[in-house]
Design a protein around this ligand. Structure first.
Ligand code: ATP
Length: 514
């Protein structure tokens, strides 16, 4: 645990030191769970968004993208169920005065049991060596079987109690499991209460006539209310999808994990409209497709897993999370939900407008079903950033800090250095930048010895460094150094662009999705 916390602290301080993420309004001591993206962070975030957009919109003939407003008619949130049901169960510790999500306290307890299972598995794997059969071990080792049953029964009871709105039983469960406040160790808990996560605001100048609005807590509803407009104006035929990226706001109860859980964040969502009855097939297809997208970035397939929901949201008939191994353990990165006709059906009722599709093959009209994929851009940023940050021991015994971002996402693709600040080398370096800048983000750096400059760019995540020296003046060649291998090659200036393009080209990366 201590190492995990330490690693996570390093991620946060590196993000600040290298201009990726700052706390919002830091000069006023910050605003809790709100963050600003700095010069490098804004670029990385933009590249992740672009990588998603291309995979969803550009590569799928039947998916289009929109950009709906953050403010929406207030009835939207009645229809979507958010006014009544977008709540989290909260519990306070009376001694430490700390506030928690009651469901999260229980889930973390269950996760600890799962960690114990993982430990037993790795111990056994060591003991049995090549003959180890994990499946058999999980099914037959009594201690592990007991652990699994315990975790499953806890989560089942939590799911049932939440579904039945039985908050007293959630508190009872916390007491039975003897869960203590992680900050103080106290077990002196208040009752569990529901808390609505939407931020309210007002539209209009005069206090009496102002209308109460909400900042959208998800981008999806902007897609649902535009379903028919897009379908008609784009002459879309089912199955088809509408994608969108944009800000969402949630007044989260507990927000202590940097950009993992923010009060203002960005989502990348896609709603896929289908014939009723085909939802299982599309749900499976989108699960597979989204996992391939994640794998294409090469961040280690062992760092992802699906986690199917026991407790379904009011709108869903199936739901899973793609979980990622963050510095603090496996946690939700993306949700894939089969939302039935709940949203469109409900907007029909509340608006009195038909939101149906006439299916020319069936010669019938219906309210389409929806499978959605929903990923937090900031969470994806944290996944990429934390997974890329490495401390490496070098052959000479020294260490280097390197941010091994997938090159396609790196904010800066290359840094160009003159070996010394004279003899026309800076001018030549600038000429190279002037040529490369039309295709890539490139920077110039002449400060400190070249070794120090390499380290700086490693920590910044820049995949290439190009050094101009006296030989360049004679034969028009430069040294190009690769961030991950630290290997250096002497190449003609005219060949530099192709070397960079080969590694950062979005097409090459996206084609790994197969
Ligand atoms: P959680 O259980 O972590 O609160 P959720 O299940 O409520 O998340 P969804 O409503 O399914 O999340 O939202 C889809 C995605 O939006 C999530 O997978 C996550 O990546 C992102 N997301 C949700 N809430 C936040 C937040 N407060 N800060 C950053 N990203 C978020």
């Amino acid at each position: 645990m201590a190492k995990q916390e330490d690693d996570f602290k390093k991620v946060i301080s590196h993000a600040k030191e290298y201009g990726y993420v700052f706390q919002s309004s830091e000069i006023y001591d910050g605003l809790s769970a709100v963050y600003d993206y700095a010069q490098n962070g804004a670029e990385l975030k933009k590249n992740i968004r672009e990588y998603w957009w291309r995979a969803m919109v550009q590569l799928n003939e039947n998916i289009v993208g929109i950009d709906a407003a953050i403010l929406m008619h207030p009835t939207t949130w009645k229809a979507s169920g958010h006014v009544d049901a977008f709540t989290d169960p909260l519990i306070d510790n009376k001694d430490s005065k700390k506030r928690y999500r009651a469901d999260v306290l229980v889930e973390e307890y269950a996760a600890k049991i799962e960690t114990k299972i993982e430990k037993e598995v790795s111990k056994a794997a060591k003991r049995f060596g090549g003959a180890f059969d994990k499946k058999q071990f999980l099914a037959t080792n009594q201690r592990v079987v007991d652990y699994q049953e315990k975790a499953a029964s806890i989560l089942k009871r939590l799911g049932r109690s939440l579904e039945n709105e039985d908050l007293a039983d959630v508190k009872k469960l916390i007491e039975e499991l003897d869960i203590a406040c992680p900050m103080s160790g106290s077990k002196n808990w208040t009752d569990v209460k529901q808390f609505n996560l939407m931020f309210g605001t007002k539209l209009g100048a005069a206090a009496e006539s102002a209308i109460d609005l909400y900042l959208r807590p998800e981008t999806a509803q902007g897609i649902f209310v535009n379903f028919l407009n897009v379908q008609k104006s784009g002459r879309m035929k089912i199955p088809f999808g509408i994608a969108q990226t944009g800000k969402a706001f949630r007044n989260e109860i507990v927000a202590r994990q940097f950009i993992f859980r923010m009060r203002e964040f960005e989502q990348m969502e896609m709603q896929f409209f289908i014939r009723p009855g085909t939802q299982n097939e599309w749900y499976e297809k989108w699960k597979e497709n989204r996992m391939k997208w994640h794998f294409s970035l090469g961040m280690g397939e062992e760092n992802y897993r699906f986690h199917d929901h026991d407790k379904l949201a009011h709108y869903a008939d199936a739901a899973t999370d793609i979980e990622f191994r963050f510095p603090f353990g496996f946690k939700e990165l993306e949700g894939i939900h089969s939302r039935t006709d709940f949203d469109l059906g409900s907007h029909e009722k509340f608006s009195g407008k038909k939101l149906r599709y006439f299916d020319p093959e069936l010669k019938d009209s219906y309210v389409p079903y929806v499978v959605e994929t929903s990923i937090g851009l900031d969470r994806m940023f944290l996944a990429v950033f934390s997974n890329s940050l490495k401390e490496e021991e070098l052959e000479n015994g020294s260490t280097r800090t390197v941010l091994k971002l997938p090159a396609v996402l790196a904010p800066t693709k290359a840094a160009v250095f003159p070996l010394v600040k004279k003899d026309g080398l800076p001018e030549l370096a600038h000429q190279i930048i002037d040529d490369l800048k039309w295709d890539f983000n490139v920077v110039y750096d002449e400060k400190d010895a070249v070794g120090r400059r390499y380290r700086r760019q490693d920590a910044n995540g820049t995949p290439f460094c190009i050094t101009v020296d006296h030989q360049t003046l004679e034969d028009q060649t430069v040294t190009i150094r690769h961030r991950d291998t630290m290997q250096q090659q002497r190449v003609a200036i005219s060949g530099v662009k192709a070397i960079i393009a080969k590694e950062v080209d979005m097409k090459t990366w996206l084609m790994k999705m197969g």
